[in-house]
Design a protein around this ligand. Structure first.
Ligand SMILES: *Cc1c(COP(=O)(O)O)cnc(C)c1O
Length: 361
């Protein structure tokens, strides 16, 4: 079976010596390897204001804490995402208000978000679902108009771009995940990109109990209680080695995605996504709309190709409160499908996938 997702682990002759050296170095906690990984990420994202953490979920929670989201507040979010986007909001005590999505892409709808803004709205969560890129210019206009900060959940969208920039420059906070099956994995890990010096300094402390690592421990004074969210040298070392393979890997997701879009464009029963020209999607999953989805899934599975909707719409979880009326999501959710698009899919695999789709279901 060709899987939908698969971790990339660098070749052992490259990874293992580096890993062994850090494991026996006498320093495995957050130290110089974390600094070095962050240095590499700064070059990649072209910003100094980023902090690594131990998961994408921690990064989301940190962003919400930096904004000051708490009980009694509302955060507008999308149900079409992995659950951590929304459990992180509940962690703060705030209430989630569900926005609708675009029926053609599944991306959170700007119009729907604007209609839901109230006096209690403290933040807006924008998810770049499956590696597609949301309409960030319109969201930044909303942010200016109402003064409400935006958090971008880029966990599916490493390497994606909006107007030729990596994600995070049209908002206040951008969150990435280095979990097992993301474009780049440190086994577990995450990244928070912020836009102000104040947020950067606070984030650095909040990820480590509130302590300032650049001041000697005995001279520290915790003013704001933080969390144990920092990355350690072992995970960082894996990230450092991963960076050597990153450009090639991300490009394979994009090339495979473009190939599927081009070859399936005019196939009966398939509607490919009409990606905005202002975006470069990074195709964490291949996404399209299909007719007779159940038969399509059976047909693909019978031919050794895993395909699925992967995520349960989050408003189906009772913990998030009552279900909302979301016609755009109902529409998208009844037709969309994902299959694998990443580094494990070579030219022969992708040709076979297209032949299987074209053979009909
Ligand atoms: C993976 C993921 C997260 C959480 O990342 P972790 O590193 O697993 O905590 C958040 N949002 C989305 C959309 C994700 O896919």
């Amino acid at each position: 079976m060709i899987p939908i997702v698969k971790p990339f682990i660098p070749p052992s002759d490259d990874l293992m010596p580096a890993l062994e050296s850090v494991l026996y170095s006498g320093y495995i906690a957050q130290g110089d390897r974390v600094d070095f990984f962050e240095e590499k990420l700064r070059l990649y994202f072209n910003t100094n204001r980023l902090v690594t953490v131990n998961s994408g979920t921690s990064a989301l929670h940190l962003a919400l804490c930096l904004i000051g989201v708490s009980k009694g507040d509302e955060v507008i979010s999308t149900p079409l995402t992995a659950e951590p986007t929304n459990t992180a909001i509940l962690q703060t005590g705030a209430k989630i208000v569900w926005a609708d999505v675009e029926p053609t892409t599944g991306l959170i709808s700007v119009e729907s978000v604007e209609r839901l803004i109230s006096d209690r709205t403290k933040a807006i969560m924008v998810v770049h679902y499956a590696g597609m890129v949301a309409d960030m210019n319109s969201f930044s206009v909303l942010k200016q108009k109402y003064g409400i900060p935006i958090i971008e959940d880029c966990a599916h969208a490493f390497g994606a771009e909006y107007r030729n920039e990596k994600l995070g420059f049209y908002s206040d906070y951008a969150v990435y995940s280095f979990q097992a099956i993301k474009h780049i994995t440190t086994i577990d890990g995450g990244l928070l990109i912020v836009n102000t010096e104040d947020d950067y300094e606070r984030a650095r402390k909040l990820r480590w109990f509130g302590l300032d690592k650049s001041t000697p421990r005995l001279e520290n004074n915790i003013r704001e209680s933080g969390y144990k969210y920092h990355m350690n040298n072992v995970n960082a070392e894996i990230g450092i080695i991963q960076m050597k393979y990153l450009e090639r890997n991300v490009q394979r997701y994009i090339d495979n995605g473009n190939y599927f879009d081009k070859t399936l464009e005019s196939v009966d029963g398939i509607t490919t996504i009409d990606y905005s020209k202002e975006t470069l999607p990074s195709y964490w999953l291949f996404t399209c709309l299909v007719e007779n989805r159940e038969s399509f899934i059976d047909h693909m599975n019978a031919n050794g190709i895993a395909c699925s909707t992967l995520h349960l719409r989050n408003d189906r979880h009772s913990v998030f409160g009552k279900k909302a009326d979301l016609p755009g999501l109902d529409d998208f959710y009844s037709k969309f499908i994902h299959w694998g698009c990443g580094h494990w899919i070579d030219t022969a695999d992708r040709q076979r996938i297209v032949e299987v789709v074209k053979s009909g279901w």
